[in-house]
Design a binder for this molecule. Structure first.
Ligand code: ADP
Ligand code: MG
Length: 215
């Protein structure tokens, strides 16, 4: 409990994942529609199935926040067939490993964990910003979280700014031409559609913001 003024515990991490699951469930058809335009129309069902499994797995599970995140990540990898399962699975596992066995963590630890999550996604999927993927929402969020904390923002304010950055990143995917994932098969025809994975990423960041405000 240092910078940022607040620390985060296992209860908040659990609430984050549950809130994300509820939001992905609610937005399932929208995410699938986005994927129908430039992919294979399964992104909503993929994320929903994965996060339903995560919530089931975490139900009654005790343990430090890092353990909850590694368990959630492993669950996504094993339950989601599409690209998003291994990508988000790796992200959450890396974040969890970064947090280790600590009972709670600081705002700066959260920034480290999300850095590691992004690094895992980039290592696995090799997408850079501008390729029209979830990286276009996650990278600005991670960068903004760090810079806000560096300039003295508290945890809640920094996460709000990170969520806003993820939404801007999400919207910015619309005019992009995809160069990674299924959408890249469409070439120029991928232009003009918002990326489904960037959209679900913004929802997951919004869930983080809500779980902190309820802390
Ligand atoms: P699939 O493409 O296998 O059907 P999903 O539909 O669940 O899987 O997920 C599609 C999303 O995954 C895309 O919208 C994009 O954001 C993300 N994605 C695909 N390939 C990559 C990649 N190489 N790196 C990062 N994200 C990717
Ligand atoms: Mg798909």
């Amino acid at each position: 409990m240092e910078e940022g003024g607040t620390s985060v515990d296992a209860g908040t991490v659990k609430r984050w994942l549950e809130t994300a699951a509820a939001s992905l469930h609610e937005q399932r058809d929208y995410l699938t529609q986005l994927d129908a335009a430039i992919g294979d129309a399964d992104h909503g069902t993929n994320m929903d199935r994965g996060f339903i499994a995560v919530v089931g797995k975490l139900d009654g599970l005790e343990g430090p926040p890092g353990k909850l995140l590694t368990t959630a990540g492993a669950t996504l990898v094993s339950t989601v067939g599409g690209a998003s399962g291994p990508l988000w699975g790796t992200a959450l596992r890396r974040a969890g490993r970064t947090l280790g066995d600590a009972e709670d963590f600081s705002a700066l630890d959260l920034a480290d964990a999300l850095d590691a999550a992004l690094e895992g996604v980039v290592e696995l999927g090799a997408a850079q910003e501008g390729d029209k993927t979830m990286v276009d929402a996650l990278a600005p969020a991670v960068r903004t979280l760090r810079s806000e904390l560096d300039s003295g923002a508290d945890l809640t304010a920094a996460v709000v700014a990170a969520r806003v950055a993820s939404e801007e990143g999400m919207l910015a995917t619309k005019p992009m031409q995809a160069s990674k994932g299924r959408a890249s098969y469409l070439g120029e025809r991928s232009i003009g559609h918002q990326d489904p994975g960037a959209t679900s990423t913004a929802l997951i960041l919004a869930a983080l913001e809500r779980s902190l405000s309820e802390q």
